[in-house]
Design a protein around this ligand. Structure first.
Ligand SMILES: C[S@@+](CC[C@H](N)C(=O)[O-])C[C@H]1O[C@@H](n2cnc3c(N)ncnc32)[C@H](O)[C@@H]1O
Length: 235
């Protein structure tokens, strides 16, 4: 039988979402229409987050460690589950100063906080890496993101900028995957799979992408699991 989140975890998630300052989050997530965006997304984000937290609950062992790269509102239910249901340690990075302040205010006293900064500063080892809609972040990697989502305009695409962005993405992926204790688990978006499998292929590390993917409410990229370094994984 599938595990369910504890009632106290669901309640904590509800409280955290109630405490979020949606007025401040509006301009962080949208150029315009932030209020309407959060009115529409707040409920589904919480609901899909809880659903996914339950899926992840079955795959993580208690008392391990997770690294979150580019964690925002969408990750709140998952982080809460890891800390409250599994007593795991979580390290969550985000580059947006204002968002980190809003998130930390909402989850104060919940046993985790967001770190403002680049995940290349992560120096511990982890058994789970969460990297969702980050290796194709349109703010940091505009050309690469356009290509990755199939929106690149051949008339204006800048291959030199793309080359620089790809180098930065490879460095980020290399650093974070290098912190993973093997066998380990990666949660990522379907669009980011190539970065993970490319890293594994270049190092001869076996990996296996799980067949199922799961919907998300904010960026709306479906997410999936990749098992890295398992003996029975294909190379
Ligand atoms: C498109 S948002 C996705 C947020 C969230 N994961 C989601 O799915 O809704 C990308 C996020 O990645 C963060 N980011 C990009 N590069 C990063 C890095 N090197 N270290 C930490 N955060 C990073 C950005 O600050 C931003 O918060």
């Amino acid at each position: 039988m599938k595990k369910r989140l504890k009632a106290s975890t669901r309640e904590a998630i509800q409280r955290i979402f109630d405490r979020l300052d949606y007025m401040r989050l509006g301009p962080i997530y949208c150029d315009e229409g932030g209020e309407a965006f959060w009115n529409a997304k707040r409920g589904p984000c919480q609901k899909l987050g809880i659903k996914f937290a339950q899926v992840l609950l079955d795959r993580l062992k208690p008392e391990g460690r997770s690294l979150y790269v580019g964690a925002g509102v969408a990750e709140l239910p998952i982080l809460t589950m890891e800390v409250m249901d599994l007593h795991r340690e979580v390290t969550a990075y985000n580059l947006r100063k204002e968002e980190v302040a809003v998130l930390n205010k909402a989850c104060q006293g919940r046993g985790f906080r967001f770190l403002l900064g680049d995940a290349v500063n992560a120096n511990r080892r982890f058994d789970h890496l969460w990297i969702v809609s980050t290796l194709n972040d349109p703010e940091r990697f505009p050309e690469l993101s356009a290509l990755s989502y199939g929106r690149a305009d051949p008339a204006t695409f800048d291959p030199a900028a793309f080359g620089r962005e790809r180098k930065a993405v490879r460095q980020l992926a290399d650093h974070c995957l290098g912190r993973l204790i093997l066998p380990g688990l990666v949660t990522t978006s379907v669009e980011e799979i190539p970065w993970i499998t490319d890293w594994c292929a270049k190092r001869g590390v076996p990996c296996e992408v799980e067949e199922d993917d799961y919907p998300t409410a904010i960026v709306e990229d479906p997410i999936c699991f990749i098992r890295i370094g398992c003996k029975d994984s294909e190379g």
